[in-house]
Design a protein around this ligand. Sequence first.
Ligand code: NAD
Length: 246
Amino acid sequence: MHVCLAAKLRAAKHAVIFTGAGISTESGIPDFRSKDGIWTKMAPIDFNDFVSSAAMRREAWRRRFAMDGVFASAQVNRGHRAVATLIRQGRVSFVITQNIDNLHQVSGVPADQVIELHGNTFYAKCLCCDIRVELEPIREYFVQHGEAPDCPACGGLLKTATISFGQAMPEHEMARAQAAAGSCDLFVVLGSSLVVYPAADVPALAVRHGAELVIVNREPTPLDDLAGLVLHAPIGDTLDGAVRAL
Ligand code: NAD
């Protein structure tokens, strides 16, 4: 299987990788939709609920800090390392990711080659003035008061720098992802159920612009029929095997 993927990577002139939560499960970070995924345990908090309800904001921050241990022990895995190798070799120009876990950057992919469609959970932003605020002072305040502080600059609401359901997508990152998808000849999806829109439009856009689509995902996705190669297999083994076969 990985030999077919290696052949496609070898033949490609401009490859782009698109990742979802599935690339990080082998690092111990649960995904959303697998049978032991996060949503089997709790419903997501909608952006409007976060903005309108102090109780929902407390719950969102509680959940974020409850994940501290998981994030602290999460190490990059073979899948992340194989992606970083492909970037270093110049075979892949960008990693478009729905992940918020920063692991592509930790694995050595330069930050300007990671396009984060759903943001990053390792810092916060003010929903009003958009300034970046580090998590540590928020964590300290939360431990003391059971809620997050207001923005130190403008008094607005602080939220992890992630995109929730109902929240506008980051325009610049979407435009960069669309440009990368529209100009590549190979688009490789790794570990995404491809049901979260508008992110899941990006692989379809690549196909409309003539790229070949490859999907590596344990389970079938709605875009499998568009793909020239579908591997229902674990990412670590598959991508590591493909990179070694190059
Ligand atoms: P998802 O949970 O909807 O789908 C993950 C897919 O990956 C599933 O279809 C599953 O079968 C597959 N998968 C899991 N482990 C795999 C493995 N080792 N090998 C091959 N396939 C594997 O996740 P999604 O499509 O990324 O979309 C949901 C949202 O989840 C995204 O917006 C993202 O922001 C968020 N999320 C991110 C993280 C993270 O940053 N690590 C974790 C959970 C959720």
